[in-house]
Structure formats: C-alpha cells, structure tokens
Ligand binder design. Structure first.
Ligand code: HEM
Length: 391
C-alpha cells in the first residue's frame, strides 16, 4: 500500500480520500514516507473523539524522539509548551494561559477585532477583485495575536513570515531557521516585557515565571505557540467558510439577511471544511485497542478532524452544508485536554470578518472557477493559497 495522504488529489479533494479510508476502517495502519515507517490514521468520528481523550496517546514529542539521531536543529524553546506535553506539565503550562483566552477576555477584544477588520476592508469597492486570503484572512489573526502579545506593528510582517515558514512542508532547513528566528525574537520580547509592567499577555507570563510557575524557555515557547497555533488555522477557517458560503448561495443569502445567525453557523462551517485536516503528532505509550484495531506501543497515531467531521455515522449527509444542523460535536478544535485554547478567539474573529463581508458585499462571488482554486500543499492544514473574489 502507498501512503494515501500522498495521493496527488489529496490537496484539492481530501474528502473523497478520507471517505475511502474511513469506509475501509475508521482506524488503520498507513505507510508514512518511503523508509518503511508507518502510522495509524484515525478517520472515524467516534474513534477520533476517543483517541483525543486517551491518555495512552502521548503528546510528549521530546520523549518519543529521545535517543533517535536527528539532524534537525530546532530552537530549544519552541516545543516546551502545552501542545508538546502530557500531564502534569501540560496542566501547569496550560493553566497559566487558560483564563486569558476564555469568552470574557475575548469579548473585550471584539472592538479591536472589528477595528482591524474595518481597517483591512477600508477602500474596498463593490465590483472589484481582491484576494481574500491575502487581504483579510491572513492579516487578521496575526494582527490580533500580535496586539495581545505586544509585538510592535513594525515587526508583524516579519514575525508572520517566520510563523508561516514553520510549516514549510519538506523544507527542514527553512523550518529550523525560522524556529531560531522566532525563538530569538520572542526571547528578547519577553525580556523587554519583564522591565515593562502594565498589562499584555507577555507581562502576565513573565509574572508567572517569576512566581516559579513557568521557566524562561516555557514563557518563550508559550508565546511562540500562541502566535503560531492561531495563525494559519484561523486564516483557513475564514477563507474556507467564505468559500463554502459562496458555493452555497441560499446559505450566504440567509446570513446576509440576518447576520445574527452567523455566530450559530460557525460550528457547521468548521465541520464542513475543517481548517485542521490532521491534528498534531501523538504516539502510543503502550499497546491499545481503537475501533477494533490493535495499535502497538511506540507508534505515531494521526487523528484527522477533517475526516471525522465528515463521518456519516455522526453527521447525516455530511457532504452537505446545512446551517440548521447541530454540528457542535465536530472535532475541528480537537477534544480532551488539548482542545484548542484559542477557540473563542478564532470564533470571534471569524464571526466579525464574515459579518463585515456579507453585509458590505452582498454580491460577492468567485473570480475564478472553483476547479482553479489552489490549495496549500500541507497535510495537516486545509487551506487555500488564495481566494480571489469579485466583491
Ligand atoms: C479556527 C481556528 C483554529 C483551529 C481550527 C484550531 C485547531 C486546534 C486543534 C485541532 C487543536 C488540538 C491539537 C491536537 O490535539 O493535536 C488546537 C490546540 C491549540 N490551539 Fe487552536 N485552533 C484555532 C485557533 C487558535 C487560536 C486563535 C489560538 C490562540 C491564539 C489557538 C491556540 C491553541 C493552543 C494553545 C492549543 C494547544 C492546547 C493544548 O495543547 O492544551 N488556536 N487548536
């Protein structure tokens, strides 16, 4: 068997491949790479939910790779964070940031998000063509998280480029270099925050480190994680949602006529074309059974929210966008202890961006045929390179 995720069709139409795999078995062994390595891929919804919550599937990547000779040269601080740890470290690392990303603090960010969206849409004229990825979906999340972290405006383009480069599939040197650039940059920003009392996420994290809750590398790593985790994901969310709505005109019309329905539609939009196709790396610390399949100890396990969210056993007619559906059990934000910390922020950004677009540009349509849209060549993310629309 060849690696099904290396099928050339995967980027433009992952769903037919996910469907084929899930019908064969919701959990299965797949070859990864060319050197005889393999992983277990989870494509069923019930099985993915179970896997996300299983403590025998570890996120402590440092432990998995310990002892393996690696030619990689990542910045030492970039992976000392909650997304690469298990309890009790995970509980401690997540605990210091969790309260800052709940609905309350995010509600306080809404006026700023609206101001950024207004600024980005400034001067757009109905009837003209814009690339919604470049002009809205990409700059919005990075501007918002940089503001929260206190990254100066002049540095944001550079920081955003490093963050994107961390996902440069097949380019390990570029990934290593950007990890050093972003790690060094954040280290100096954290040091500046140390001497500057008075608000900002970084200052709060520095206080936690002074109280002994986080070490210095963990503060830097947390800042890098927040920057990176909410960046491309939210870009994909906004662009995939706009595309889905343009391709389903009655749904677009409903939201335009009643923008109050947007917040309640976000779950279905996340389910329908999930921004994260395959969640981050896990491995089995002991042998376990999942979906009737025996997974041995010490192997990588890939959980695919993109596949789980189209599982007909959990969502009737999953290939249909149905804004009336209760889609709240989708796994686009993961599940269990690593469930997305930034979900309320991502929702607020998408709700405000979609609201502005559908009300200001009611006639918005694609500028190219759907088949000509180009998707990013990454297996983890599901996102467009560009979304050209006529406003
Ligand atoms: C629509 C946009 C987003 C999507 C689809 C998304 C998706 C996810 C998923 C699937 C996970 C779990 C990964 C796993 O278990 O392997 C996750 C974790 C995480 N996300 Fe998001 N994310 C989004 C936006 C954000 C934003 C805006 C932030 C913060 C600014 C953020 C911060 C995080 C963090 C810190 C974690 C790690 C949580 C932990 O390990 O305990 N995400 N996200």
């Amino acid at each position: 068997m060849t690696d099904p995720l290396h099928d050339p069709l995967f980027f433009s139409d992952p769903y037919s491949i996910y469907d084929r795999l899930r019908s064969a078995s919701p959990v299965q062994k797949i070859p990864t790479g060319s050197k005889g390595h393999y992983s277990y891929l989870v494509t069923g919804h019930a099985e993915a939910r179970q896997a996300f919550a299983d403590p025998r599937l570890s996120k402590d990547t440092a432990r998995f790779f310990a002892g393996q000779r690696s030619r990689r040269n990542l910045h030492p601080a970039v992976s000392k964070n909650m997304l690469a740890s298990d309890p009790p470290q995970h509980t401690r690392q997540r605990g210091v940031a969790a309260k800052l990303f709940t609905t309350g603090p995010v509600a306080e960010m809404r006026p700023y998000i609206a101001q950024v969206v207004d600024g980005l849409l400034d001067g757009w004229k109905p009837g003209t063509q814009v690339d919604l990825v470049e002009r809205l979906a990409a700059p919005l999340p990075v501007t918002v998280i940089c503001q929260m972290l206190g990254v100066p405006e002049a540095d944001r383009v550079m920081v955003s480029r490093w963050s994107n480069d961390l996902f440069a599939a097949g380019e390990p040197d570029r990934i290593d270099a950007s990890s050093h650039a972003i790690g060094d940059y954040m280290t100096s920003l954290v040091e500046t925050a140390r001497g500057k009392p008075g608000g900002g996420l970084l200052h709060t994290f520095v206080q936690h480190s002074d109280e002994g809750l986080l070490d210095r590398d963990e503060v830097v790593s947390l800042a890098v994680l927040l920057l990176v985790a909410g960046h491309e994901t939210t870009t994909n969310f906004i662009a995939n949602a706009v595309l889905a709505l343009i391709q389903h005109p009655p749904s677009l019309t409903r939201l335009r006529q009643d923008p109050g329905l947007i917040a309640g539609s976000l779950d279905e939009l996340l389910r329908f074309d999930s921004p994260v196709g395959i969640a981050t790396f896990r491995y089995s610390t002991e042998a376990l059974q999942l979906g009737g399949i025996e997974i041995p100890a010490g192997v990588p396990v890939l959980i695919a929210p993109g596949a789980a969210n189209r599982d007909p056993a959990s969502f009737a007619e999953p290939q249909q966008l149905d804004l009336d559906r209760n889609a709240s059990s989708h796994l686009a934000f993961g599940h269990g202890i690593h469930r997305c910390l930034g979900a309320p922020l991502a929702r607020a950004e998408a709700e405000i961006a979609l609201g502005a677009l559908v009300t200001r540009f009611p006639g918005m349509r694609l500028a190219v045929p759907s088949e000509d849209l180009e998707w990013r060549q990454t297996r983890l993310m599901r996102g467009l390179k560009a979304l050209p629309v006529i406003l």
